[in-house]
Design a protein around this ligand. Structure first.
Ligand code: KG4
Ligand code: ZN
Length: 369
């Protein structure tokens, strides 16, 4: 059971669900704003670049090699000794199972050795609650999560209380960026390189489909767009730099437009369901949230519908351990600290909203997207 040592809670967070090895110490002092005392993120991008994507075995091995040092660095940066930490919070899913095992087992070992409580955190909950760490946002609000593995709009009603309002029926948006980049011969990771090429491109040269735009089904789809990009590229091959730039700009315009439409629909629904909330907000998270064209389209959509648009700083939108430590603090404050986290088995699939039916890829372990 959790017992704070004084009027301050300090949690050590550990994140290893994909290709970032991360550790962080976050503190919450009674009556004060939360404080990120340290946040160390070691990106494995270079180790995966040669393969054009994340290789699970390489990721797990890299986590094993890096994690001890990263945890030590996070404690040192925070000027905190392990015995001063009140709890350990580790990502326990969803993600690549090898990495999850490394992170959760390490956390179990540290917590057992130091006699500290352990919290098994859902990675998506980390993303969902980040805006409360950075902006002190009050419940309820809407979250758009757009990363390499997820594309969802989630109603965040409280800690541990989420409703998925929209999800992708095929590819995640980051995946669509990465596949587009690959087709055009741009290096991994695709998203930032597509954005860079798009800057000098003509967004009107190719008219790509806006998947699901106007549909009454709330979800996203990006597979058709990917096919359209492939056909356009084949149609003008061999591709000059300008062709690549024009395809990227046209792709980004289509994505921004489709996203704005899907998000707009959920903003309208939020208004209907919560007419009394005077200052509604949309939060964006995930690597794709770095994209400036997408941010501008979302910002515009929010402004038109009277919503606040909250985009946490880039390093807190992408994978990090501060969001995991913070989710741990939120759970402790709410009295939701799982007392059987030592027996928790990592979950490669773990939807935030366990009630809504999966749209695609439902297997024994739950929804894929
Ligand atoms: O959240 P994240 O760092 O990792 C997870 O997937 O969990 O997201 C990575 C994804 C990749 O697909 C990457 O291509 C995409 O985010 N991304 C971008 C940009 N920066 C990263 N997509 C579009 N524009 C960007 N500037
Ligand atoms: Zn993530």
């Amino acid at each position: 059971m959790f017992e704070p040592r004084d009027k301050m809670i300090r949690v050590l967070g550990i994140e290893t669900s994909c290709d970032e090895t991360a550790a962080s110490v976050v503190a919450l002092r009674e009556g004060a704003e939360p404080e990120i005392l340290s946040s160390v993120v070691f990106s494995q991008i270079e180790e995966h670049a040669a393969f054009g994507g994340v290789v699970p075995e390489i990721a797990a091995r890299a986590h094993v090699e890096a994690l001890d040092g990263i945890v030590e660095a996070a404690l040192a940066d925070a000027n905190t000794e392990l015995f001063e930490v009140d709890a350990i919070a580790a990502t326990a899913g969803p993600g690549l199972v090898g990495g999850l095992i490394v992170g959760l087992m390490t956390a179990k070992a540290i917590a057992a050795a130091a006699g500290k409580p352990l919290l098994a955190i859902n990675h998506l909950e980390g993303h969902a609650l980040t805006a409360r760490l950075t902006d002190g946002l009050q419940f309820p609000y809407l979250l758009l999560l757009v990363s390499g593995g997820h594309t969802q709009i989630v109603l965040v009603r409280g800690v541990g209380d989420y409703r998925r309002w929209a999800t992708t029926i095929d590819d995640a948006l980051g995946e669509a960026f990465d596949k587009t980049a690959k087709m055009l011969g741009l290096p991994y990771p695709g998203g930032p390189n597509v954005e860079k090429a798009a800057r000098v491109g003509d967004a009107t040269r190719f008219v790509f489909p806006r998947p699901m735009k106007g549909s009454t089904q709330p979800d996203f789809s990006f597979a058709g767009l990917k096919t359209a990009v492939r056909q356009a590229a084949a149609g003008v091959a061999p591709l000059s730099d300008q062709d690549v730039a024009d395809i990227c700009a046209s792709f980004q315009a289509a994505v921004s437009d489709a996203l704005a439409d899907r998000v707009g629909r959920c903003l309208a629904r939020f208004r209907e369901e919560f007419p009394d909330i005077a200052d509604p907000a949309l939060v964006v998270a995930g690597g794709v949230a770095a994209n400036k064209a997408i941010r501008a389209a979302l910002d515009d959509q929010c402004r038109r519908r009277g919503f606040r648009f909250i985009a946490p700083p880039h390093e807190l939108c992408t994978d990090n351990a501060a969001m995991i430590a913070w989710a741990g603090i939120e759970r402790i404050r709410t009295g939701l600290d799982a007392d059987d986290a030592f027996g928790f088995v990592p979950r490669s699939r773990w939807p935030l909203d366990e009630v809504s039916a999966p749209v695609v890829g439902s297997g024994r372990r739950g929804a894929k997207a």
